[in-house]
Design a protein around this ligand. Structure first.
Ligand SMILES: [Zn+2]
Length: 327
């Protein structure tokens, strides 16, 4: 059993902020204090920064600990190779922690939410915190005007509905046509995708009338463009934000572990539905991000899930954001 998240909560809890030297924990504050740039408390965590005139807020839906990394990452590699790479990167080999980070982008005209976390299904295990995080960041769920779903795995669509009603009552929705068609199809019954199909019938299909179904290159709102990034799921899409000459890529689940998926992009991942296509997409997307030296937000990168990548001989090194957006 991994207790890392518990330790982190204790360390960074509201009490710890008072003990720290002024400025040392800047951006970490009690939710009630409604900190300007971010908060990390027992109940909510968010990080806000600007991309041009867009105000971008990454919100933690929570984290989940799992055992046996090799059963998820590098499944076509010897277990020793996975352990060696983790060890080399100062990570434990017995387990791993996955975070879930939906993103709110306030363009000034639209408040666009990317993905919705695990929702009600996650509450018992410490996730499903998106709505709390949105409030802590100074917004209300009713202020979200557009919800974009990058793909329809449960950790992305779980928060669409709350108590059988839309969790974002004023929103319209945007998602990939291919993704929706795949999961909605009754042909998924009796396949490994059956549970996903049922979840889509419950969470996504009731919202279909308010949904715009898009393809590669579509504009969501001015400055936000969809890019096809298939493989992790059949219609997985990523998004480019651009404002006043500044850009950022929302890579969603193109890479799911900041070491194992980025340093070894060709290693197979259990959650990638088309493993070869997912590997090829990882290379294409992170080659572009490395070449253009762009910041990106990866849904499963360590919170606040924002960083850069440096090209290495076999893959890419994740360079977490520090103060790049604060100056
Ligand atoms: Zn995911």
């Amino acid at each position: 059993m991994i207790r890392h998240s518990l330790k982190r909560r204790t360390l960074f809890g509201a009490g710890a902020a008072a003990l720290a030297a002024p400025g040392l924990l800047a951006g970490i504050a009690n939710a009630q204090e409604n900190a300007e740039n971010g908060a990390l408390t027992k109940d909510s965590a968010f990080k806000t920064f600007k991309v041009g005139t867009f105000k971008v807020t990454v919100i933690s839906d929570g984290t989940r600990a799992s055992e046996n990394p090799h059963e998820t990452y590098g499944t076509n590699q010897p277990a020793d190779a996975v352990s060696a790479l983790l060890d080399q990167n100062f990570l434990p080999t017995s387990g791993f922690i996955n975070g879930f980070s939906p993103v709110l982008v306030d363009t000034g005209s639209h408040v666009v939410l990317f993905d919705t976390g695990l929702g009600e299904a996650g509450r018992e295990t410490g996730t499903g915190k998106l709505a709390e995080g949105i409030r802590a960041a100074g917004y209300g769920p009713e202020q979200v005007s557009v919800v974009v779903i990058t793909h329809m795995h449960g950790d992305h669509i779980g928060g669409l509905m709350e108590g059988g009603k839309p969790a974002f009552p004023s929103a319209r929705y945007v998602t990939g046509q291919m993704e929706f068609d795949f999961w909605k199809d009754g042909a998924r019954v009796g396949t490994p995708a059956e549970n996903g199909h049922k979840a889509v019938l419950q969470k996504v299909v009731p919202l279909a009338e308010k949904t715009t179904f898009i393809a590669d290159g579509a504009e969501v709102v001015p400055g936000i463009t969809a890019i096809a990034a298939f493989g992790h799921s059949p219609g997985h899409m990523i998004y480019r934000l651009e404002s006043e000459g500044k850009a950022l890529i929302l890579t969603a689940d193109t890479a799911n572990h900041y070491v194992l998926s980025l340093q070894r992009p060709d290693w197979e991942v259990r959650f990638d539905m088309d493993k070869a296509a997912a590997g090829a997409t990882r290379r294409k997307v992170f080659d572009m991000i490395a070449t253009d030296r762009l910041p990106f937000i990866g849904y499963h990168m360590p919170f606040p899930a924002v960083g850069f990548v440096e090209r290495q001989d076999q893959g890419y090194r994740f360079v977490p954001v520090t103060y790049q957006f604060d100056i």
